[in-house]
Design a protein around this ligand. Structure first.
Ligand code: CA
Length: 224
């Protein structure tokens, strides 16, 4: 029986990934790290610290210091904020409505620590997430693709991971939910192809949120 939905933020609640990837590319190029905008879609779900370390080790041959991680992630967050108001994803409100109608608990599970989005969720999605029902980058030691974020999400809902569905848009996030033992739903809201979601372990893959909203009742019925 599915009792809770564990819901990613960027690319699921908000059409924000384009601006995250632009902010990361600008930041890293300023550090002398060669990178493309597209590669950051593949790092989506990792914490900021993990992303910085990955690129530093790959291109500079060393890890970043804690001071560098804090400073650079702060700069990246500021660049992101400069892009202005980020839109919600079409159809996500319908998915959230269906989850509420089905009586599922909802827990936010994000690798982000971006205050400019986290602070907006309660006004953009009123009543979806009850107080305390969120896991962010600040709550975990290991970000996605490690299972820790989704295991922490299941604990918040006081249910087992097998009683949870995960709603994701990124391969590393799908890997995290799958490794945690959840039923994992991927929605391709960005440029990453459906095939990559299945390869990451997704149980269901949808082209957009409206398609998921339509099919969600039958997915939940098939998980008695
Ligand atoms: Ca995401």
């Amino acid at each position: 029986m599915i009792k809770a939905a564990l819901i990613d933020m960027d690319g699921v609640l908000y059409n924000s990934m384009k601006y995250h990837t632009l902010a990361w590319q600008r930041l890293m190029q300023e550090q002398g790290v060669p990178c493309s905008q597209e590669e950051f879609y593949l790092y989506e779900g990792m914490t900021g610290r993990a992303t910085i370390n990955l690129l530093f080790e790959k291109h500079l041959g060393r890890s970043a210091t804690c001071e560098e991680c804090d400073r650079l992630y702060g700069m990246k967050s500021e660049y992101f904020r400069e892009y202005g108001k980020i839109e919600t994803i079409p159809g996500t409100d319908r998915v959230m409505q269906r989850l509420r109608e089905s009586g599922l608990q909802r827990v936010l599970v994000t690798g982000s620590a971006q205050g400019s989005l986290l602070d907006r969720i309660d006004s953009d999605y009123p009543g979806v997430f009850l107080p305390g029902m969120r896991v962010t980058a600040r709550d975990v030691t290991h970000g996605k693709p490690h299972p820790e974020p989704y295991l922490a999400g299941a604990r918040k809902a006081r249910v087992s991971p097998q009683e949870c569905i995960v709603i994701e848009n990124a391969p590393l996030g799908v890997q995290s939910g799958h490794a945690a033992g959840c039923t994992t739903i991927a929605v391709c809201t960005g440029p990453v192809p459906q095939r990559a979601m299945y390869e990451a372990g997704a149980d269901y893959v949808f082209a957009d949120m409206d398609s998921l909203a339509t099919m969600l009742p039958s997915i939940l019925e098939n998980k008695p």
